[in-house]
Design a protein around this ligand. Structure first.
Ligand SMILES: [Mg+2]
Length: 368
């Protein structure tokens, strides 16, 4: 299609492609169902007492502010210090939609686990100056496909003012944060067409002012969280009984609901999502904070709990001798041992994924 023709098409009314994700519907019960993690910290402390915490963090909008230019979503030094402090006490991971290389460039803490591209690229802590330990890539074929998707989308949105395409290695994000609302439908149409060109291998997803092309595999941030918990293997390594480990996931976006849901399914008081939001909305998170500033406060409170002996920490776990049950591997949590290779899953159909909104589970429907 000639560019002039395409421009006319993009200028035309696009009501049938109007995005449906905004505004997020509000429900009045939300504040009751996931109270402020700051204001109800005493309640949280009672649940966490005597347990080892594991901490999972989304990046954009959670430990960094949402900004108009995604390449400049820097985290503050104060936040970096807080995350580093938490990671010295509890197993800690970043699970982001960004490529893991990009999110690492922002965070720059080698001792963390990183799951980039919505968990499609998982690595352990750096084992030397240069290399992370690769742990899992459920769609190893995706980067080559996304190279082509990226170039196509970049050309397709070139005449949509404000649209921005980001290559996140295992997925491609098309941002419309800087577009006037009249262009949102046109941006969505571009992503629809990109997916329609290879529907057996690609699917569409939505986030905060972003549409995404992702590999059609049954994998999400929730599965990445479960994988990392399995990789950490804390019960075997430290001899913890069931109920002595509590996992926390912090996130602000629709894709984080998969992780919140995963923790909802965990045994009682062994997991909790913390949603970052200034407005009430449907969620599977148990607690809320308003913004990254409150995430910072809460992370430091978590560190205080370990340092005051209320919760267990990696240090006390090693000192307890519980690692004997893991054959002396107690030091392994931060070294990323137990390397697994990626699994081929091209075309691995997840066509059973719900297309419609499933608000009761909080999962985001995807118009694949
Ligand atoms: Mg986010």
């Amino acid at each position: 299609m000639a560019r002039s023709d395409r421009r006319r098409r993009l200028d035309a009314p696009t009501t049938h492609h109007r995005p449906t994700l905004i505004p997020v519907p509000l429900i009045p019960l939300t504040q009751t169902h996931h109270p402020s993690a700051i204001e109800s910290f005493d309640r949280f402390r009672a649940v966490a007492q005597g347990k080892l915490l594991t901490v999972f963090l989304d990046y954009d909008g959670t430990i960094s502010d949402i900004v108009s230019n995604p390449d400049k979503a820097y985290m503050t030094d104060e936040m970096r210090d807080a995350v580093s402090r938490v990671a010295s006490l509890y197993p800690t991971a970043i699970i982001s939609g960004r490529s893991r290389e990009k999110v690492y460039d922002f965070v720059r803490l080698p001792q963390l686990y990183y799951a980039g591209s919505h968990g499609l690229d998982i690595v352990g802590p750096k084992c030397d100056d240069d290399n992370h330990v690769e742990l899992h890539q459920p769609a190893p074929w995706a980067p080559a496909v996304m190279d082509r998707v990226y170039l196509w989308c970049k050309e397709a949105v070139s005449d949509i003012p404000g649209a921005n395409v980001e290559h996140n290695k295992f997925c491609v994000s098309v941002h419309y944060r800087n577009c006037e609302q009249k262009w949102w439908g046109a941006v969505q149409d571009v992503v629809h067409r990109a997916v329609a060109a290879d529907p057996k291998r690609l699917k569409k997803a939505e986030g905060r002012k972003v549409f995404e092309v992702k590999p059609r595999v049954a994998w999400d941030k929730g599965k990445a969280l479960s994988f990392l918990l399995g990789e950490l293997d804390l019960r075997r390594r430290y001899g913890y009984a069931e109920g002595e480990i509590m996992s926390l996931y912090f996130g602000d976006d629709h894709t984080d609901e998969d992780a919140f849901h995963e923790l909802r399914e965990a045994p009682k008081e062994c997991g909790a999502g913390v949603i970052v939001s200034t407005v009430p909305k449907p969620t599977n998170a148990r607690f809320s904070v308003r913004d990254p500033g409150e995430v910072l406060v809460f992370l430091n409170k978590l560190a205080d709990l370990a340092e005051s002996g209320v919760t267990k920490s990696l240090c006390t776990s090693v000192a307890s001798g519980g690692a004997k049950s893991a054959g002396g591997r107690g030091e392994g949590v931060k070294t990323g041992e137990g390397v697994k290779t990626g699994e081929d899953a091209p075309g691995g159909s997840d066509s059973s994924d719900p297309v419609a909104e499933t608000t009761n589970r909080g999962r985001r429907g995807e118009a694949a």
